[in-house]
Design a protein around this ligand. Structure first.
Ligand SMILES: [Zn+2]
Length: 633
């Protein structure tokens, strides 16, 4: 049926997946190396690790020394060598710019004029000099590019302002592009002949491509840049690209700081009160910066406007951290009597027909819970109850709550019935009502009070966590997926029992979470509600992944979108509570046939979550590493 699924469903039960190693053993890449060493604590392992690391360093430095030697003697051969693995303009630019950012030092401006050759010999320079080298190297590959000059809000430094005033007095207005609270910076724009657009490449910080540049220079999240000096450049406010004569007059301010900035936050910024001040102040300052470049305006005359813009930027940051000012992130329902009865009978029915998932932690306790209550009932009531369980066992319990019609519709209609005294007049199917109605008074007497109490306790705990961490988590996952959270939030139907997984998400925005299982308590409950909410994006994300797989002539791995959810939701909670071990690691999900996906996501998706590259570049890379090629013909 729908793609809103818990795809793990079948892979969890694939036979023959034995537990080979803990998750951390498998995550030995450079990033996790130190952690693994500490965890494993074996001296032999430590020695091995050092040997591997030094071998890698050795190989890398030899290649880098060769590349550097090439850059000194033959810039074209250098450019070809360093970008040999890439075919696109973006890929080649990334290779060159990142290499330069990693291997050349960013040095302070000393007002010496140098040739490209001299900068290469010096193995470093200011942003303008590094841009000169990158530009010369990329020109050798016939990449079309142009220089870009920006002015940014810079850490407020009064002494610097004094020096800058003197500079303007001595040398003129063109020197007013830096001052007490602002600074200038130079980078490049490259032409993507496929997309027919210009994209940024900053040789000082190693940022290439719109998304990466935006996340390194503009956004409010953790900045990803190879050069920590960019951290003093709080945000650019005027950006001009050079025309054919080298004059910085092509205004790119609106493109990066209005259109792309708003897009980065899913269109939420332009609804903020501070947004119109942001755009009008940018417009005014961009005009003055253009004048300063031409020598006709002293930008120091507009320091008050620059100060004001810094305040507006902070207002936008605060607003962006509140992603749903108009509505809740989740709406919890704990008093849904019929929905609870339905799920209780459903899991008891499955236990009765011995489905393999009946032994899973989230449902294994249900039969004992039932027996305890049954022991206190009259024989007549016991008989009615057992008949209801048997009816489920013979019908609905054979179906899957997520995949199989008509279960999602039935569950939705039972949720709507709430705590009604009877199902008469509700939309619940009459054949289902005929099973539930006789069992209802018994459930109400024996189990409901206790189940409803567990539901309420769970709600109190999870609602507290959502209030505290929810906005940051929503910001993280909506930025990761580039999709918007619904303005009214997701309803969460809390039930003593749900399915074997302890929670699920299916058609009709139906999120059901079990309040009794250990797997949904505390931070795991928080991760679970976000995980299930993200399943409502399955259709959209799978369409994007399928298009990319098609493009690469590959078959999309069935569990990919689900692995992405596990990884992203786990990482989102880990970001706000560093001690949190993500659900998939804690409960062994990766070991159930998804360890390859986990490894690729660690290598590709994690750097993206940390701010590197764009979502679709990461998707393309993940698919190229995990999806098998389609057979020819
Ligand atoms: Zn799931």
């Amino acid at each position: 049926m729908t793609a809103l699924t818990d795809r793990l469903h079948s892979s969890l039960f694939l036979p023959g997946h034995k537990k080979v190693a803990s998750n951390f053993d498998l995550m030995i890449d450079n990033q996790f190396m130190n952690r693994s060493v500490v965890l494993l604590g074996s001296p032999v392992f430590l020695l091995l690790t050092c040997a591997i690391l030094s071998a890698q360093t050795q190989t890398r430095s030899t290649r880098d020394e060769q590349l550097y030697a090439l850059a000194r003697t033959d810039l074209k051969a250098f450019a070809q060598q360093v970008s040999r693995d890439s075919t696109s303009e973006l890929g080649r630019a990334q290779a060159i710019v990142r290499w330069l950012a990693e291997h050349f030092e960013w040095k302070a401006t000393d007002y010496q004029k140098r040739t490209v050759q001299e900068i290469v010999e010096r193995r470093g320079g200011n942003c303008n000099e590094l841009a000169m080298v990158a530009l010369a190297a990329m020109k050798e590959l016939n990449i079309k590019l142009r220089r870009v000059h920006e002015v940014n809000i810079y850490t407020n430094t009064p002494e610097r302002g004094e020096r800058a005033h003197q500079m303007v007095k001595d040398k003129g207005n063109t020197f007013s592009v830096f001052g007490r609270h602002h600074n200038d910076h130079v980078w490049l724009e490259l032409y993507d002949s496929t997309a027919k657009t210009w994209f940024p490449a900053d040789p000082s910080s190693g940022l290439v491509g719109v998304d990466e540049w935006m996340k390194g220079r503009v956004w409010f999240g953790k900045r990803s840049t190879l050069n920590p000096l960019t951290n003093d450049m709080i945000v650019p406010f005027a950006i001009f690209a050079a025309d054919d004569e080298g004059k910085f007059i092509i205004d790119r301010t609106q493109h990066y700081l209005v259109d792309e900035f708003d897009r980065l936050y899913g269109g939420r910024l332009h609804t903020q009160a501070a947004w119109s001040q942001w755009t009008s102040t940018l417009e005014l300052l961009a005009d003055k910066v253009k004048g300063a470049f031409a020598g006709s305006v002293d930008l120091h005359d507009y320091e008050a406007q620059i100060d004001a813009l810094a305040v507006i930027y902070e207002q936008l940051r605060a607003a962006a951290a509140q992603p749903n000012p108009s509505g809740p992130i989740f709406v919890f329902h704990t008093d849904e009597f019929w929905l609870n009865l339905h799920h209780f009978l459903y899991v008891l029915g499955r236990a009765q027909i011995h489905t393999r998932d009946s032994s899973r932690a989230a449902v294994a306790g249900a039969p004992a819970d039932a027996e305890k209550g049954l022991a206190t009932l009259t024989e007549a009531d016991q008989k009615i109850w057992r008949e209801a369980v048997a009816a489920y066992a013979g019908g609905l319990s054979k179906k899957d709550l997520i995949f199989d019609n008509p279960l999602p519709a039935i569950t939705n209609s039972l949720a709507a019935a709430g705590d009604a005294g009877s199902l008469a007049g509700t939309k619940v199917d009459s054949s289902v009502a005929a099973i539930l109605e006789p069992a209802a008074p018994i459930y109400r007497r024996r189990w409901w009070r206790q189940h409803a109490e567990a539901n309420r306790a769970w709600q109190t705990a999870i609602e507290g966590l959502v209030a505290r961490h929810g906005p940051a988590v929503v910001a993280f996952i909506t930025n990761a997926y580039k999709l918007a959270w619904p303005p009214t939030g997701f309803p969460v139907h809390v039930s003593a029992y749900a399915n074997w997984a302890g929670a699920y998400s299916t058609a009709g925005n139906l999120l059901v979470v079990s309040s009794l299982t250990e797997e949904t308590q505390g931070l795991y409950g928080l991760e679970t509600v976000f995980h299930e909410g993200m399943h409502q994006w399955d259709d959209q994300i799978e369409a994007v992944l399928a298009r990319e797989a098609q493009k690469q002539n590959r078959t999309m791995p069935r569990d990919l979108s689900h692995a992405l959810i596990f990884f992203t939701a786990g990482e989102a909670i880990h970001q706000v509570v560093p001690a949190h071990v993500p659900y998939a690691e804690k409960f062994g999900v990766w070991n159930r046939g998804m360890s390859t996906l986990r490894d690729v996501l660690s290598a590709v998706w994690k750097p993206y979550l940390d701010g590197r590259g764009s979502r679709d570049e990461a998707f393309a890379e993940i698919i190229s590493r995990t999806a098998p090629l389609r057979p020819a013909g």
